[in-house]
Design a protein around this ligand. Sequence first.
Ligand SMILES: Nc1ncnc2c1ncn2[C@@H]1O[C@H](COP(=O)(O)OP(=O)(O)O)[C@@H](O)[C@H]1O
Ligand SMILES: [Mg+2]
Length: 323
Amino acid sequence: MSKNKNLIAIEIKDLKKHYKEVKAVDGVSLTINKGELFSILGPNGAGKTTLVRMLTTVLTPTAGDADVDGNSILTSKNEIVKIIGVCPQVITIYDALRAEENVEFVAAMHGMSRKEAKEKTKKLLEDFGIAGRKDWSKKFSGGMQRRLNLAMSLIFEPEILFLDEPTAGLDPQARRLVWDFIRDMKDKDITIILMTHDMVEADSLSDRIAIIDNGKIIAEGTPAELKEKYGSDNVLEISFIKQEDLEVVKSNIQNISFVANWNEIHRKERNTLLISFQGGLKNLTKLLQQGLTENIDEVVTMKFRQNSLEDVFLNLTGRRLRD
Ligand SMILES: Nc1ncnc2c1ncn2[C@@H]1O[C@H](COP(=O)(O)OP(=O)(O)O)[C@@H](O)[C@H]1O
Ligand SMILES: [Mg+2]
């Protein structure tokens, strides 16, 4: 046990947080290795923020424990806060301070010298595209505040970095910038725990992913392993106005051997059938021929794509990640 201990960044042991009948986190156990980028992927309300707040010692668990670099969250709070960086979901900046003052303030709290703090802050704000702003951060756009908040969590290069939905509300360009930054932090061997409901984000950044739903981990693995285990090669997504049309296609595909499974989603006027199948393009033609017979009235949209983490979640829960 002790031999491997220093390879493990975080060991979560049956951790729970219950609010009366709401089981926000309900028995999570996970091992996160040092230097790993580990994502916890799940829909809104799954328990991600509650989990982060317990691991960063802001919130006391109802039951269970976790070791952060060998320190228990129950008994070694002071040791833990020295080595972690946290970028919370709710933007936490001092809005009566300028951007650089915010970052330098955090640096000072961690005992960094004034000179080093100034240099690092300048570099960081340049990287995040918010250097040279002299106005109060209160006046910043949401995207800029988010980037400032990230810079604050990164200033002292923590051993373990917790990011709770770091790209929520960012435009695509800013989002990509943040992703690049996260990759840079990973190259510096910082262990990163990323909470996200964004499957593209989880897929493109993570070494490993745990999928969380209703406070429980329902699957764990590398992105490829998850897709391999819970997905299929390809997905054909067809939306109909009429449920009758969907039923026709469903009965047509029942006995097609390369069809792995299907899911239905009903939203407003749309009835969508997602067919997971093997064999790629070659089988797509067959699937269309055999599935879409002439007694179908109307297809609204049709989409052919690679299997994604969205399908993994759908196959596990019967729901979409974003619903
Ligand atoms: N202080 C609280 N009191 C009661 N319920 C809470 C509290 N904090 C979170 N919850 C509930 O716990 C669940 C998980 O919330 P949260 O951890 O914020 O999820 P996520 O970050 O994945 O969106 C939700 O149902 C939420 O409403
Ligand atoms: Mg959250």
